[in-house]
Design a protein. Structure first.
Length: 80
């Protein structure tokens, strides 16, 4: 799993930076959702910006989680 390679226990939100954000972006880019595909236009940056937040919200909706754009323990649990 991609998240095994990154710090997978940190909560991520708008403004977060790091390899765990990069790993999340890669996951979202290839999850098949339109907002995730928009991340492909810039590639993984390791910075949790608006494109990442929108992709997280879209993904959260698709898996039945509260669509907050905040990637915390519930979201990690849905991926891991």
């Amino acid at each position: 799993q991609l998240f095994v390679l990154a710090n997978h226990d940190r909560n991520l939100l708008f403004g977060s930076k790091g390899t765990d954000v990069w790993a999340l972006q890669v996951y979202l880019m290839f999850d098949g959702m339109p907002d995730g595909a928009k991340l492909l236009t810039v590639g993984p940056t390791g910075v949790f910006g608006l494109l990442t937040k929108n992709a997280v919200i879209e993904w959260q909706k698709s898996v039945g989680l509260p669509a907050t754009g905040y990637f915390g323990s519930m979201s990690r649990g849905a991926i891991l």
